[in-house]
Design a protein around this ligand. Structure first.
Ligand SMILES: Cc1cc2nc3c(=O)[nH]c(=O)nc-3n(C[C@H](O)[C@H](O)[C@H](O)COP(=O)(O)OP(=O)(O)OC[C@H]3O[C@@H](n4cnc5c(N)ncnc54)[C@H](O)[C@@H]3O)c2cc1C
Length: 384
């Protein structure tokens, strides 16, 4: 694994410190995901609100040990997301910011669209959303049915339904994937605001990672002006499917880092709150701690490969996410086991961690899909 250099070590230290605010609010947010509205002044929430916006669009984050981290590199995001998830992944995913939508905008938007989107995000903290999954088409995005039809004035009308979309019910703007013709090149992405006729979203009841406010979205003839169509200046092969695969590849090390952070949180909780451990328990805990270190190394290796732009980045990131989501689940459940049968009642934070960890298997691609990516990585020679 590439060891963290001095600036990244400082970044980790700063977010470890800022994360204390998240931990203190974890259970409150779990009860009421809207509580985050009152926390926009917390330093980590302020940072997340513009994380990923490049310097040339005016992002000027507070320096950390003399360095400005714009969150545009996968390795920076992996460090930040591990620390904030170890503190509380719920507050992390509840915070406003460009995240997935911002990465897609970076890949697909032209200069004017970037100025518009990033400009809105820099002016005030806004939630964004990234709507890909549909009620009957989660893993199989090629079966997408949401339609984008020409409106006659150069713009288009968006009609369909999306499901399990993070923050869609409270977002002010976001991106939606839709089909403008059959076939793999018929998937396109558009930018939309949510305060427009035809857009409706409601939060779905969930037991884990409640801060994400995963939502069902209905799109009933939403007007998309021509200037909100993403990728107009790019060939069709670069507009839709390619773009969401690239977006996922770039953010996946960060999602994997969330799993590492959750696992670490559970194991640190055991170290802090459990009395003396029996030999077997001690061995089990140490084994899980070694898995945390090994998985972090894989996450950082994947992040470095993604940042280098090589062909191994995507499959390595899938391997990292696969390992990290299994680890998060194993560690949080093992931690509950170490406190005995009443653990989930007596230790609400551990109970929350175990509920949150379950969701990781599904975020941006299930474990079965990650296994397929890893297999294809080997089969195609991208991974050796
Ligand atoms: C907290 C959270 C946040 C999310 N945020 C977003 C978001 O912001 N935007 C968004 O668009 N979506 C989001 N999602 C949705 C997520 O991307 C989907 O849940 C995921 O893609 C799986 O789709 P699905 O739930 O429809 O399951 P399905 O695709 O129906 O899969 C069900 C099961 O079948 C398995 N399976 C499916 N196809 C195959 C196959 N070919 N081979 C082997 N096994 C298979 C899967 O692995 C899974 O175990 C979020 C989900 C969660 C939990």
């Amino acid at each position: 694994m590439p060891e963290l250099d001095g600036p990244l070590t400082a970044l980790r230290g700063q977010f470890r410190e800022w994360g204390r605010d998240f931990r203190a609010r974890a259970l409150e947010l779990d009860r009421d995901p809207a509580a985050v509205r009152g926390w926009f002044d917390l330093p980590a929430v302020r940072y997340l609100a513009t994380m990923g916006i490049p310097a040339e669009y005016g992002n000027d984050p507070e320096p950390i040990a003399g360095h400005r981290f714009h969150g545009t590199r996968a390795v920076e995001r992996a460090v930040i997301m591990e620390e904030l998830s170890c503190a509380d992944a719920g507050v992390l995913v509840a915070s406003p910011g460009p995240l997935l939508a911002g990465v897609l905008v970076g890949l697909l938007a032209d200069k004017q669209q970037k100025e518009w989107f990033y400009g809105r995000m820099l002016a005030e903290p806004l939630w964004t959303f990234f709507a890909l999954t549909e009620p009957d088409n989660g893993s199989d995005a090629s079966a997408m049915r949401t339609a984008l039809r020409p409106a006659g004035d150069g713009g288009a009308l968006l009609t369909g339904a999306k499901r399990f979309v993070g923050n869609a019910a409270r977002a002010q703007l976001g991106v939606v994937f839709a089909r403008n013709r059959p076939g793999p090149l018929g998937v396109v992405a558009v930018l939309t605001e949510t305060a427009v006729p035809g857009y409706r979203a409601e939060v779905l009841p969930t037991i884990g990672l409640r801060g994400a406010c995963i939502s069902a979205v209905e799109l009933d003839g939403v007007e998309i002006p021509e200037e909100r169509l993403l990728g107009r200046h790019l060939p069709p092969s670069r507009r839709g499917t390619w773009a969401f695969i690239q977006t996922f590849n770039r953010l996946r090390p960060g999602v994997a880092a969330i799993g590492v952070g959750m696992a670490r949180a559970a194991l640190e909780y055991v170290r802090a709150h459990r009395g003396p451990l029996r030999t077997g328990e001690h061995d089990r805990l140490e084994q899980l701690e070694r898995r945390v270190d090994a998985t972090r190394r894989l996450v950082h290796r994947a992040a470095a490969a993604v940042d280098a732009g090589g062909p191994d980045g995507g499959p390595l990131a899938s391997a990292a996410k696969l390992r990290a989501s299994a680890l998060a689940e194993d560690a949080t459940l093992a931690a509950c086991g170490l406190f005995g049968p009443g653990a989930r009642l007596d230790h609400p934070l551990l109970d929350k961690l175990a509920r949150d960890a379950r969701s990781l298997e599904f975020i941006e691609g299930t474990s079965a899909m990650q296994r397929l990516n890893v297999y294809q990585g080997f089969a195609s020679g991208k991974l050796t």
